[in-house]
Design a protein around this ligand. Structure first.
Ligand code: KG4
Ligand code: ZN
Length: 365
């Protein structure tokens, strides 16, 4: 039997809603019937980062119109929805609260189960969603994805490597100890004056740059570690762009001294170092977890062309099934929330979370 699940996502600066059908999609994964994302990029651009209070207010204004739009695009009425899934952790607490309160009200008024979903875990399952009539997500090589799998989440807020045994059985093997990978891209873009969010701009500029032009550090953090660090790399980019500041003076106050080609070269060199850092840790994780024959990837940074190419090469070399979401499912969206929500509900026989479900700023694991 198939179920229609409404997904709601408000953890950061995207207000999103989606309708997903569980159980009958091609390939067995939940199938997306609609996915609406109202981005707040324009509201935060002038601050070069997400302003929590602005994000919460925008979510409150946009949530119901976005939910209605998701239902209309899917051709269903809200009364036909059989569960409500909401991203309830991790994220900005005020932003999460808007989505969680809205989801509770909808689930209660519709008389259907509510399920709280970890946003980071949802990123990992995003590539397994099926699109009606659309292409099956790209998988390399042609090996069917299976669990247990290795998981990589690379986003603006998170950079973590997981062992994924099931929808509710994820173990974090390693994570960034400072900046997330996307955050490092955004800060590099800020240093070079490329706007916010900076990842796509750095990716674009890197296309015309020489990745060997700057010798930038790749943090290993010890022989055994599966953790990552991007702050040293970010500082190296700052010094390469603006020069090493004199004692007592902040590097951030110095203007960038590179010409257009120099900026492109620095973007390409930074990107290469950042991708190498991630691949080094994936190599280690794959060595330790040979039972994992699949690599699930998610998060906004997996839109990055250099990272995608490196992950594809890694999967081919290791003979792993690579599940790399299409670009619109890499970034924050509610289809991934509904998709993991329906898997969790199946696992626990449709038992609802309590209406006292909390919004939590940290991830579960
Ligand atoms: O997953 P996401 O939409 O939001 C979070 O949960 O954080 O990821 C957003 C992050 C931003 O830091 C953005 O700069 C980065 O993903 N990003 C990219 C690219 N597209 C988005 N980073 C590198 N290259 C890209 N093409
Ligand atoms: Zn995210």
């Amino acid at each position: 039997m198939s179920h229609l699940v409404l997904g709601i996502e408000t953890s950061c600066d995207e207000t999103a809603a989606a309708i997903v059908r569980g159980g009958e999609g091609r390939g067995g994964g939940p199938e997306i019937l609609s996915s609406i994302v109202a981005s707040q990029n324009d509201l935060h651009a002038e601050y070069r980062g997400v302003v929590p209070e602005i994000a919460s207010r925008a979510h409150a204004e946009r949530l119901l119109p976005v939910v209605r739009e998701a239902a209309a695009r899917a051709g269903v009425s809200l009364a036909g929805v059989q569960a409500v899934a909401v991203g309830h952790r991790p994220g900005l607490i005020g932003a999460l609260l808007v989505g969680v309160a809205g989801a509770k009200a909808l689930a209660w008024s519709l008389g259907v189960p509510l399920v709280g979903v970890d946003h980071v875990h949802a990123h990992l399952f995003a590539g397994l969603l099926v699109h009606p009539g659309g292409p099956v997500p790209p998988r390399l090589p042609e090996v069917e994805p299976s669990l247990p799998a290795l998981g990589l989440v690379v986003s603006g807020g998170h950079t973590s490597i997981y062992h994924v045994a099931g929808p509710s059985a994820l173990t974090r093997l390693g994570a960034t100890i400072d900046d997330a990978m996307g955050e490092a891209f955004d800060k590099v873009a800020a240093i070079l004056g490329l706007g916010f969010p900076g990842g796509p701009a750095v990716d674009h500029l890197a296309q015309s740059g020489n990745a060997a032009a700057f010798d930038l550090p790749v943090s290993a953090l010890g022989k055994e570690s599966l953790d990552l660090s991007f702050s040293g790399l970010k500082t190296a980019v700052l010094y390469a762009a603006c020069g090493v500041p004199e004692r007592g003076r902040s590097g951030l106050s110095l203007p960038c001294k590179l010409d257009a080609q120099g900026r492109a070269d620095l973007c390409a060199s930074f990107q290469r170092a950042a991708v190498r850092a991630v691949l080094m840790k994936l190599e280690r994780a794959a060595d330790r977890h040979r039972e994992c024959r699949t690599l699930l990837v998610g998060g906004g940074v997996c839109a990055n062309r250099a990272l995608r190419a490196a992950l594809e090469a890694f999967a081919v070399t290791r003979g792993l099934a690579l599940v790399l979401p299409p670009l619109h499912l890499c970034v924050d969206n509610a289809a991934m929330i509904a998709g993991l929500g329906v898997r969790l509900l199946h696992e626990r026989a449709w038992m609802s979370d309590s209406l006292s479900l909390a919004a939590v700023p940290t991830t579960a694991a």
